[in-house]
Design a protein around this ligand. Sequence first.
Ligand code: SF4
Length: 194
Amino acid sequence: MLIGGFQSFTLSDFPGKPAAIIFTQGCNFKCPYCHNQHLWSRSVQHSPHMEEGVLSFMEKYTGMLEGLVITGGEPTLQPDLMRFVSEIKALGFAVKLDTNGSDPQCLLELLENNLIDYIAMDVKAPCKKYDQLCGTAVDIACIRDSMDLIGSSGLPHHFRTTYYPALLGEEDIQVVKKMIPEGSRYVVQQYIPV
Ligand code: SF4
């Protein structure tokens, strides 16, 4: 796992659970409002001991922490994500995954192996504006497949859109709302300039 950052404690990122957060290195999107641009490149090298350090930290705080949030970057780009999540689950922690939804196959494998306890997926924009909001060409069929998978997973989850007023209007949010699977929670978060 390429881990580009670690936060040892959060009460606000994993609903109902005190958790730690890891930020994976590498993203296939280039959202113009991204606060984590230092995590875009997969060629940035970090200490090879980072993963080991995260695992031993989690082990040490079993009982105080209940979960680990895996965010990015885009976590599903990590080829050894399944192996890493399995190790975290074996320590007894719940796992929340944040994803941009670009790899439904990876999500399917995680779900089929019962490795995820909560999923949050960004729905960036209406289909016709998706590429613009992601700063790259996006396979919208993959986004749709991920939304369907998550919506029908039976797991706690939510979808969210960052309201970036330079490129999105209120009418766009209304269009995105209609894309959200029935019964799923949907959150619009305001873009905050850095
Ligand atoms: S998907 Fe997330 S991490 Fe990747 S560029 Fe967009 S906001 Fe940044």
